[in-house]
Design a binder for this molecule. Sequence first.
Ligand SMILES: C[S@@+](CC[C@H](N)C(=O)[O-])C[C@H]1O[C@@H](n2cnc3c(N)ncnc32)[C@H](O)[C@@H]1O
Length: 191
Amino acid sequence: MTERYYLTNETAVQYIKMAEGYDGKELIEKLKSYLSAGSTVLELGSGPGTDLEVLSQYYHVTGSDFSQQFLDILVEKNVSNELLILDAITLKTDKIFDCIYSNKVLQHLTNDELFQSIKNQLHILDDGGSVCHSFWAGDDCYEMKGALHNYHTLVELESWFSPYFEIQLLEFYDEMEKDDSILLIGKKLKN
Ligand SMILES: C[S@@+](CC[C@H](N)C(=O)[O-])C[C@H]1O[C@@H](n2cnc3c(N)ncnc32)[C@H](O)[C@@H]1O
């Protein structure tokens, strides 16, 4: 679906305000058990850049977003990371990474778009590369202010990722409420 939210300066600034006080530190702590320090990481949907900053303490991180508004805000903040304008579905880049990370970004894709994204992630990951993605848990799917919010279950995520990735961690965590979110960490399987 075509997203409208996040694509204007007003909505980007609105999201930044709403997300104040939230970060992916807990997720990145988990990732550190599976991904060596110094690895190259592509973050999808960096948005305000909160996780970009935390990830950069351990990894060589490329930030990205499909919204130029967020990238402009990151440039204004003098972020030193390389930044790409990148759609999480098509992932059109010739760069290759050790890991692809996203925090509450793939929730904006339809199921079909998520399948496309998973397959395209394989093309830009090194052999044995990793993915680390968070999702809202459940079976809701609704559109709000022009953005899709597509929740997922453990069973769905396992069935979609496991043909291509060895699932190393798939578990609930608490973002706003108990078990309202899911973290998936996986390692690309050999062809
Ligand atoms: C809920 S926000 C999460 C932002 C950031 N990861 C965080 O944890 O605060 C979703 C982010 O995904 C981006 N986004 C939405 N759809 C996208 C797509 N198809 N490709 C790339 N980024 C997308 C938005 O611009 C926004 O930055």
